[in-house]
Design a protein around this ligand. Structure first.
Ligand SMILES: *Cc1c(COP(=O)(O)O)cnc(C)c1O
Length: 388
């Protein structure tokens, strides 16, 4: 089966009693047994739930893995993944990972004895200089958030595996429709399904998909032992969103390409960050590693905080909100919003200035999106809008 078909059918047989074509929401904590220990294979929902299993099976098929695990949130998935490792482990992470992942690493996991190095993985030499004898995990996102750098997953995996280091790729931005980390050599593909996979900004969730049986067994144990599982209702909503991932992503990508080109040509815009633009330093790598370039765009305006505020307050159609990946377009100010928990000096190093803005381009009509952005530009002082 191809991707579009798997999204609708993988692990989603009609329900055997009634033939219902949708996997029901099995809202039950427990399952009746015929005799002590004689049961259907389902005992307790933290461990076994048919709705969650359907989501997990479908995600595993789409990521070209063998086992999927669904969690209560993306960060619940990351926390559970960290528990594969012992205190004292050194982890190399991307330098502009999701702000919440950085907070989990620096303010929770670091206290539990994990050590982290944050590295710009566009330069493989930096990986080698960060490596210690205790390095066991490399954790990366590509495209990165919010500067949309692209990391070469195949090259990173070759390097990591030569040193016995596991690789976990947070594939939230690309989704398996655009990029399949396991097939590029990664050991784990991790998701915040709250974003594109759910796709409708109405359900929080996370996932991990693996290929290796031993790793799968260890994660199954941890998912149950830690207990940060996806609940049946969230699993249902996520699975419903997942069915349309391919068609949504096609439109996200088509809209984003046109919006990026519009922004790049606008005099009030200093720089546009979008892997689908020829001006992106890793355009060629993105074109090789991804099937399309995604729905996320960042830009830097001419001017400072005042101009950014004016622009963000006046933009039409785009909601000023955190998060990303839903059908509706969102726009936000990373320095004040999503990346406020990142230390100011780190933000400065990454280039997340006061005039840095991130867009999650939705699937509305392109012309409405352009007109909405034009409203924001029109509100800017003339000298900025015309860049005199
Ligand atoms: C949102 C996000 C997360 C965290 O996911 P939650 O579901 O909010 O816990 C992790 N990684 C990336 C790239 C994200 O965008």
């Amino acid at each position: 089966m191809r991707f579009e078909t798997k999204a609708i059918h993988a692990a989603q047989e009609p329900e055997p009693v009634t033939g219902a074509v949708n996997v029901p929401v099995f809202l039950t904590t427990t399952y009746a047994q015929q005799s002590p220990g004689v049961h259907t294979g389902f005992e307790y929902t933290r461990t076994h739930n048919p709705t969650r299993f359907a989501l997990e099976g479908c995600l595993a098929a789409l990521e070209e893995g063998t086992r999927g695990f669904a969690f209560a949130s993306g960060l619940a998935a990351t926390s559970t993944m960290l528990a594969l490792f012992d205190a004292g482990t050194h982890i190399i992470a991307g330098d502009d990972i999701y702000g919440g992942s950085a907070r989990l690493f620096n303010r929770v996991a670091a206290r539990q004895g994990y050590r982290f190095s944050f590295v710009d993985m566009t330069n493989l030499d930096l990986l080698e200089s960060a490596r210690t004898p205790e390095t066991r995990l490399l954790f990366c996102e590509t495209p990165t958030n919010p500067t949309l750098k692209i990391f070469d997953l195949q090259a990173i995996c070759d390097w990591a595996h030569a040193h016995g280091i596991l690789v976990c790729c947070d594939n939230t931005f690309a989704t398996p429709y655009l990029q399949r980390p396991l097939s590029l050599g990664c050991d784990m593909a991790l998701h915040s399904t709250s974003k594109y996979i759910g796709g409708h900004s109405d359900v929080i969730g996370g996932a991990i998909v693996v290929r290796d049986d031993v790793l799968g067994e260890r994660l199954a144990f941890l998912q149950n032992a830690i207990g940060a599982v996806a609940d049946p209702m969230s699993s249902f909503l996520t699975l419903r969103g997942l069915k349309t991932l391919a068609v949504r992503m096609d439109r996200h990508c088509a809209n984003a390409q046109k919006v990026a080109e519009f922004l790049e040509a606008h005099p009030a815009v200093k720089q546009v960050f979008y892997p689908g633009l020829l001006s992106h330093p890793q355009y060629a790598l993105a074109a090789r590693q991804m099937d399309q370039f995604g729905g996320m765009i960042s830009l830097e305006l001419h001017g400072g905080l005042a101009e950014s505020r004016t622009f963000l307050e006046n933009v039409g159609v785009f909601f000023l909100a955190e998060s990303l990946g839903g059908v509706e377009s969102l726009i936000e100010h990373p320095a004040i919003m999503t990346h406020a928990s990142v230390a100011p000096e780190v933000r400065a190093e990454l280039g997340i200035s006061d005039s840095f803005i991130r867009l999650s381009v939705g699937i509305e009509h392109l012309e409405d999106l352009i007109e909405g952005l034009e409203k924001g530009f029109a509100a800017l002082p003339q000298r900025v809008a015309a860049r005199q």
